[in-house]
Design a protein around this ligand. Structure first.
Ligand code: AHR
Length: 651
């Protein structure tokens, strides 16, 4: 590039090498970018749902935490499935989360009860015996690593209770500090006892405490049974009952996801078939849902279930992508295969799920959806047959699933796990995990894709090896990979990072996108990259050539330009993953209207190993600046360890 007509910024950092020439040719053939390119993938892992986005505050509300998958047994403190797969320690104590409080001479006990259950899906309850009430007797639940109580907010408590005879009941519900010494809110429920009945009251704490607890106090010697003890903040996302945590859904909404893939992931298969995600167990009254021991080491009540996933997609303005079980459990955990004669039942399970999501209210499952408060069809647009499923069984079962679903729902876009699966699905789900080196090296992977093959959905990807718990280098390498996805928009139609969430108190998967505890949220630098790419997704890719061309390592500069039709902006994304500033000379060719202004958003930090953490959540955040452009050529300096998005605007 001979003359630079505008210099919009020069960072003071010493430059390592000569400038990289970036030529953007707007007159060359353009490639349309899929409007569905950037979405999210939600799986119940790391307490992402239970003890996470699902706003239920009571841990083990239904006393079913001790249920093991069919045929599984304890081996020491490990769980062993009937197919001899061994999982990390699960909760051994079925009353996990609950304890007795007894002060001032009080005396009592707690016991798991199987007699006279609330319903068949909920076979256990907790028997509470108070022999002497003393000054204080009752039960305590501290939630999932502490309950977040916010002064002035309303909390809705409900519980089922029975007594053997009709006898006076006086239950005082309190929201308290972790020690119980401070009481922030209390309400009393009185009744004459008897058979199972649902009780409810509201509590409004006077003080905030992110580590609070719930206590139910009993004022006299008594034996009673409790089940489905539930506490929700009234202020859930969009104030939905049985709703979701506002701050966490807000973080998702800001990513502007085009689609939501759910419910997994490995949970689609489960440890064995009994342990797979069974959508029918996850709808309707929460007291009658059947929970699932999760292969990520904890129990899910399925309170966040099929209906709530579809509702979340709708609330986010996203299309739903449901992953159905393909007739066998998770491939990587000694899969259990359905007998050939049982496969149709699994196909029916998928068809019923689809009918629940989009069937008319005159259909069996469409009517059920309406009964659950949503008469209109949900935005289910994709169905994926299996997750990371492989082998002969997959190829055989896939065909049956594909044909049955396609015949009944021809407009649904089906996704397959294997390229060789027949009939060919419109989309194939590729997963990609590994080190930053792998992500740099794979930056051109889809440049080489077979254009006559299926289009691609990257259902799961993350730079997650050798990157701490999710550092800036991971994010930079993902940005490079995403440039490669966007550049190949004729083949790559959708992509979603994985996993999405982690509760900082119990992490099953090493690197994840959004962390939280009871009251705080941390957005990893990878989150900022996801958001930057989604919010700045162009409608068309412009031919972008770099000299020198990137070599697939951290030392190269990577860049891609696109065109945004609504604003007329040229959107330039560039990554410098090296520790030294890199100059770039940009030439804009073939544009009818030249940009006048640049909005520059930069995600950078001097240390590539730096991470946002729950205690230091804003170490690496995007910074924004503006500049004038006076011609079709300009120079810029990419800071060390940076992702830069330039919106070059004609106005
Ligand atoms: O994202 C975590 C896990 O990685 C998913 O459950 C599985 O599909 C993949 O192996």
């Amino acid at each position: 590039m001979k003359s630079l007509l505008a210099v919009i910024l020069l960072a003071p950092t010493a430059l390592a090498q000569g400038p990289v020439e970036i030529r953007i040719d707007a007159a060359a053939p353009r490639i349309s970018v899929s409007p569905n390119l950037y979405g999210i993938f939600f799986e119940e892992i790391n307490h992402s749902g239970e003890g996470g986005i699902y706003a239920e505050m009571v841990l083990n509300r239904d006393f079913e935490i001790g249920n093991l998958p069919q045929g599984a047994r304890w081996a020491g403190n490990l769980l062993r499935t009937k197919d001899d797969w061994q999982e990390r320690k699960w909760f051994g104590n079925a009353l996990h989360g609950w304890k007795l409080t007894a002060e001032g001479g009080a005396h009592g006990s707690l016991k798991l009860e199987t007699e006279n259950p609330l319903n068949a899906n909920n076979p256990h309850s907790m028997r509470v015996t108070v022999k002497h009430a003393g000054t204080r007797a009752g039960v305590v639940n501290s939630g999932f690593f502490g309950m977040n109580l916010v002064a002035g907010e309303t909390y809705e408590l409900s519980f089922y209770l029975r007594t053997e005879n009709r006898e006076h009941l006086n239950i005082k519900a309190q929201l308290e500090s972790a020690s119980g010494h401070e009481v922030y809110a209390s309400a009393t429920v009185t009744d004459a006892g008897g058979e199972w009945r649902r009780y409810q009251c509201t509590l409004r704490p006077t003080l905030s405490d992110p580590n609070g607890r719930l206590t139910l106090l009993i004022d006299r010697p008594q034996t009673l049974w409790l089940d489905v003890v539930s506490l929700f903040p009234h202020a859930t996302y969009r104030n939905r009952p049985n709703g979701l945590r506002q701050d966490l859904v807000e973080a998702l909404a800001q990513m502007r996801p085009a689609f939501l893939r759910f419910p997994g992931g490995a949970v689609v298969g489960g440890l064995n078939l009994d342990n797979r995600f069974q959508w029918r167990n996850s709808i309707g009254d929460i007291a009658a849902r059947k929970g699932t021991m999760n292969l990520w080491g904890y129990y899910s009540t399925n309170g966040l279930g099929f209906h709530e996933y579809l509702q979340l997609a709708e609330d986010l303005g996203a299309n739903a992508l449901y992953v159905c079980n393909p007739g066998f459990s998770d491939n990587y955990r000694h899969a259990e295969f359905a007998k050939p004669e049982d496969v149709p039942a699994f196909v029916q399970e998928a068809l019923d799920a689809i009918e629940y999501a989009v069937g008319p209210v005159s259909s069996k499952w469409g009517a059920e959806r309406a009964k659950n408060g949503h008469a209109a069809p949900f935005r289910l647009r994709y169905v994926e047959i299996g997750n990371e499923a492989t082998g002969k069984a997959y190829l055989e079962n896939y065909k049956v699933f594909f044909e049955a679903i396609h015949a009944r729902y021809p407009d649904l876009i089906l996704v397959s796990n294997l390229r060789q699966a027949e009939p060919r699905a419109p989309l194939i789900d590729d997963h990609m995990y590994g080190s930053p080196e792998k992500f740099f090296a794979e930056h051109a992977r889809y440049d080489r894709a077979d254009r006559s093959g299926p289009q691609v959905y990257i259902g799961e990807y993350a730079s997650n090896s050798g990157v701490g718990e999710g550092n800036l280098m991971a994010a930079l390498s993902e940005a490079v990979y995403m440039i490669g996805l966007e550049r190949n928009s004729d083949v790559v139609k959708m992509a979603s990072y994985a996993p999405l969430f982690f509760n900082v108190n119990d992490i099953a998967w090493p690197v994840n996108l959004i962390g939280f505890d009871s009251s705080r949220v941390v957005l990893r630098s990878s989150y900022h990259v996801q958001k930057l790419f989604a919010v700045n997704r162009p409608d068309e890719v412009l031919r972008t050539t770099l000299n020198p061309a990137p070599r697939g390592d951290a030392g190269s500069v990577y860049a891609l330009a696109g065109f945004h039709k609504g604003t007329g902006d040229v959107v330039l994304k560039a990554v410098n993953a090296s520790g030294l500033a890199r100059a770039v000379n940009v030439e804009l060719a073939g544009l009818r209207v030249l940009p006048q202004q640049a909005r520059v958003i930069t995600l950078a930090h001097a240390d590539a190993a730096a991470e946002n953490t729950i205690d230091e959540p804003v170490l690496i955040v995007p910074a924004e600046s503006r500049a004038q452009i006076t011609g079709p050529q300009f120079s810029y300096t990419l800071p060390p360890y940076s992702v830069t998005v330039m919106r070059l605007s004609p106005r």
